[in-house]
Design a protein around this ligand. Structure first.
Ligand code: AQP
Length: 339
């Protein structure tokens, strides 16, 4: 089998399952903006078909999709440089997803920890879509022959499954057609934790609004949430090693480092031994300084939904020109008749 070479291409996405939270920004969007400046083709997607794996009110979904797109643009994703669209406008995602449902093995799917976390004790009542979600995610990525996927730590297992699916497809059909995609998980904020419980990740759909920073929160709300963030009583340590076994303190330092484009060690060097009464207000000021321009721009973009829709339609058109030939070749490899 000859070794195919693939154009360096980045794909990543966000579900419109609620308003964007700080983890989505630091773990994903902010890093996409950096990758957009590199030597890659960039494809970023609002993955609305993933959102409906749990109930979404139809009255809110379209606007939630626009809001996530507005957040991406406001944070620096430029639709002229990157392909930006929503998943359901490119039918090839669902079509390749079905083929991958027939490649992925039940044993692999049964190991997916995100399904276990999200379905919880009520797995019998979870949708089949929630279970098959990682196989559709593999289709999202491989439909573009993406070589790199920048994601937060929580998505690592799904990117590994994508590699397993690509390998099995290539092996079963005796081709070297799908790339073995690399996850890109780097920086100090690959797993931003819940502000009320440092052992859980920050999520859009977590129970309490106090456990997350929303991208649309105003300055007072951000200050209040950081002030009330749970920590142990000890002050910050003198060196970064002192953060070991202090998940809440570590989280706040990591957030500061990611927002200021520094490292946790540099943050500790700036605030050695500082008490929370000093550090939390400094963190809140920094967050407001970085997030307020983004939320202001989001609000401006959201005032013209028709323009967002146009941008997403143009992005979908560009996405289809890459996706459709890859899907057509996949059908041919699989032997599906197109008459
Ligand atoms: N807490 C986080 N820290 C770092 N990165 C994170 N991401 C999400 N939460 C964190 C990254 O954001 C991207 C988009 O995620 P998603 O919307 O597809 O789904 P998710 O990971 O399930 O995000 P949420 O906010 O937790 O959504 P809900 O509550 O609806 O399930 C991914 O790259 C993810 O790693």
């Amino acid at each position: 089998m000859s070794q195919a070479t693939f154009t360096p291409r980045v794909f990543s996405g966000i579900k419109p399952s609620g308003g964007l939270q700080l983890g989505n920004y630091l773990g994903a969007i902010k890093r996409w903006v950096d990758m957009q400046a590199g030597d890659y083709e960039n494809i970023y997607c609002v993955v609305d078909m993933h959102a409906i794996t749990v109930w979404q009110d139809p009255k809110d979904l379209a606007n939630g999709t626009r809001e996530v797109a507005a957040g991406m643009i406001a944070a620096g994703i430029d639709p002229a440089k990157s392909v930006l669209f929503n998943q359901s406008q490119v039918a090839a995602h669902a079509e390749l997803g079905w083929i991958f449902n027939c490649v992925a093995r039940l044993g692999w799917m049964n190991r997916m920890t995100q399904f276990k976390d999200k379905a919880g004790k009520n797995a019998e009542k979870a949708s089949l879509g929630l279970y098959a979600y990682p196989s559709l995610m593999a289709a999202d990525i491989l439909l573009y022959h993406a070589t790199h996927v920048p994601v937060g730590e929580d998505q690592k297992q799904h990117v590994e499954l994508t590699r397993d699916i690509a390998n099995k497809f290539n092996h079963d059909y005796g081709v070297d057609f799908f790339p073995i995609t690399e996850p890109v998980i780097d920086g100090p904020a690959t797993r931003v934790m819940n502000l009320r419980d440092g052992t859980k990740k920050m999520s859009k759909s977590g129970d309490s609004d106090m456990e997350r920073i929303n991208m649309t929160d105003d300055a007072d709300t951000i200050a209040k949430k950081f002030k009330k963030a749970r920590t142990d009583p000890a002050p910050l340590p003198e060196t970064v090693e002192g953060l070991a076994d202090r998940p809440e303190a570590r989280n706040l330092v990591d957030i500061y480092a990611a927002l200021s484009d520094t490292t946790p060690a540099e943050v500790i060097a700036q605030y050695p031994g500082a008490g929370w009464g000093t550090f939390k207000p400094a963190l809140a000021d920094l967050a407001v300084e970085k997030l307020a321009p983004i939320s202001g721009e989001m609000a401006r973009l959201m005032a013209d939904p028709a323009e967002i829709d146009r941008t997403l339609a143009q992005g979908a058109e560009k996405a289809r020109t890459i996706a459709e030939p890859i899907l057509a070749q996949t059908y041919e490899i699989v032997g599906l008749l197109r008459s």
